[in-house]
Design a binder for this molecule. Sequence first.
Ligand code: SF4
Length: 234
Amino acid sequence: MANDEPSASTLREFHDRLRAAYGPQHWWPVQDADNPRFEILVGAVLTQHTAWTNVEMAIATLLEAGPLQAQALLAHEDLPQLIRRAGPHNIKAKRLRALCTWFVEQGGFDTLQKRDSATLRRELLALHGIGHETADVILLYAFQRPAFVADAYAFRIMERYGWTSGTRNYERLRRRIEQAGPAGDAAFYDELHALIVAHAKQRCHKRKPDCEHCVLHDRCDHGRATIAGAERAV
Ligand code: SF4
């Protein structure tokens, strides 16, 4: 039987099976233990369309240039050069400056943390260069809000699994998962996103998913079809 929308129990099972397979993920990886939440803001922008290893190099360069703080980043006239390892540096410098300006003008984490998630998401989405995925990464990892990051990995796996189909719609998938997920449990979404990334990289590859060795294969529409096809061919 094909999957439909996730329920609380099927989403929990999806999470628990991945967790059993890959273990705790300990996200978000940061280099500056003194200021991890602001580093997450910076990393969320730098990682747009760029491999994480490039982000790590850019953040290391920023840390060598001074404290990783909003005012300090705004003062760097050579910000594009400092982050050049993380892809299109002029574009990302402009986005970082917009984010830092908002952060400073709004009073930093002390003030922003008091805002509800819908308000924070709306304000983030209004900033230059902040789309749905970046906003939800910031909400989840910097503000510890229960937000589902419906990135390309999530779409790939959940389309195959049978939880979404048709034209990709970020908000529709985000709401679908958040309606099934545990209310208010940011730790669940933190781990779920990290596990989805691990699963996409290690098993549910873009071109050739390894369904035979996947812990979800008996629940996944694509996995069941693939394995049934392989058995018929024997
Ligand atoms: S069974 Fe295959 S398609 Fe489904 S989640 Fe696992 S690897 Fe991906």
